[in-house]
Design a protein around this ligand. Sequence first.
Ligand code: PEP
Ligand code: MG
Length: 563
Amino acid sequence: MLKGIGASEGVGIGKARKLLEKPIVYTDKAPADTAAEKERLRSAVQTFCEKNEARAARMDACGADGDILRGHIAMLSDPYMLSQMQESIETGVCAEKAVETVCDMFIAVFSGTDDELTQQRAVDVADIKKQLQKILLGIEDMDLGCLPPDTVLIVEELTPSMTVELDRENVAGIVTERGGRTSHAAILSRSLKIPAVLSVENALTLIPSEKELIVDGGTGEVYTDIDDATKARFLEVQKRFAEKAAREETYRGKPTATKDGVPKKLYANIGSHKDLEAVLASDAEGVGLFRTEFLFMDRAAMPTEEEQFEAYKAVAAGLHGKEVIIRTLDVGGDKDIPYLNLKHEENPFLGFRAVRYCLKNRDAYKVQLRAILRASAFGNVAVMVPLVTRVDELLAVRALVEEIKAELDTQNIPYKKDIQIGVMMETPAACMIADLLAAHADFFSIGTNDLTGYIMAADRGNADVGYLYSTFDPAVLRAIKRIIAAANDRGIPCGMCGEAAADPHLLPLLVSFGLDECSVNPASVLSVRSTLAELDRKTCDAIAQKALSLESEAEVSAYLTSL
Ligand code: PEP
Ligand code: MG
């Protein structure tokens, strides 16, 4: 049995299929028949276009943006590029070499310019080169969008773009060598309801291809030697999991409230306007976190104001009056956006990210804020600022919003006049000055994913310090309590949109501390509602008092999970 981090609950049973990048190696021999070599190239280009068209359609269908791949097709369909390659073959080189020569020439030209957009095209051409050479050499990489049934995918690291491409129907489980419980890949696998175990050391070496595996995404265990008794045991666990889901279903359509009748808001987190359907299907009462950075990924340039406006408007209007809290661009840390050309940093999580980046790139930030404000005319929209550490950051965002409101007024463009501006509470600094921030914020939302890492000084994706990264640590619990108290004292609402908001063992404490809103993965909405319905304030206060008297994470965790 191998052990990793249980990142997405459920039991998956299936065959191991590894995703490995194969190297591109060829020897450049002069072709015997130049015309046949040119035809071999033309046919590879055709295959490239067909493959990418199909991939783009699959990405569109599952909520990702396939247009970047269509951009690749357009580039390669440009007759100039293909004719250059064919001319190169006529000089006596093979098709692989011709692709390399011509693509490298384009890469050099594009990357030598000052224009960011043009530089990004160099990245696109490098990708085209790799794919085209692989087709010529008959190197088949695993097509994530088309997998055999009952696949347990073994990868080094699951990237968000891989997750969106996944053939969900056929993936029974995911095992990775890297990544933590709150990595974005983990969050996505939970929303896809695929059992996932992350950070299994040397998984790609230790697990043979085609081996039957059992992946327990709750405990973080991966079974490689399965006898009949083990399989029967896990089929039973699978059954119990399905029964629990059926019990939770009975809470669909019911209001969210504690056992003693205190109403709570239960919202969902989304990463794209295309997740709206999942939110509506989840029975969430709004969107507590719209991670807008995904709108900026998987493309060659910033989305325009119009594109952003359409995406925000789609959610605002589609929620029919329910609230949507749109978080402004949270770039940096583990979320890279290549065309922004962020500098390499020694400590990206302590670096130039989120609101820090946005306030230094005011023009681009104004485009986003303007798109959000325009969308606010179509629904119940609020703005949330990530990674705040100082009051002046919040004030600067407020000032920008006021500037944009004045512009919209002169242009007679409607927007929600009293749009609420809240702070994502996810840094120790924000926690320490929660009272000062509460004086200027319309609401708080606690981002426990980052807050836990920053309070514990433990990288959320690093398995070696994973033992420190826990919301149950006395330090983190005190931070959460302090933030909620500051909001309560000032009379502003406080929510939580980090993954911990869906943890049934933490919920009694959150109820006791006075949290108003939980925003969770759409897949967890009914589970949270059913847990809250069993909690009353008096019992929760007693649980919180006891939990806060304990000195170690291990004791807190043992106590809360024993209840
Ligand atoms: C968080 O930090 O808790 C959060 C919700 O934001 P993200 O996971 O996108 O950093
Ligand atoms: Mg965060």
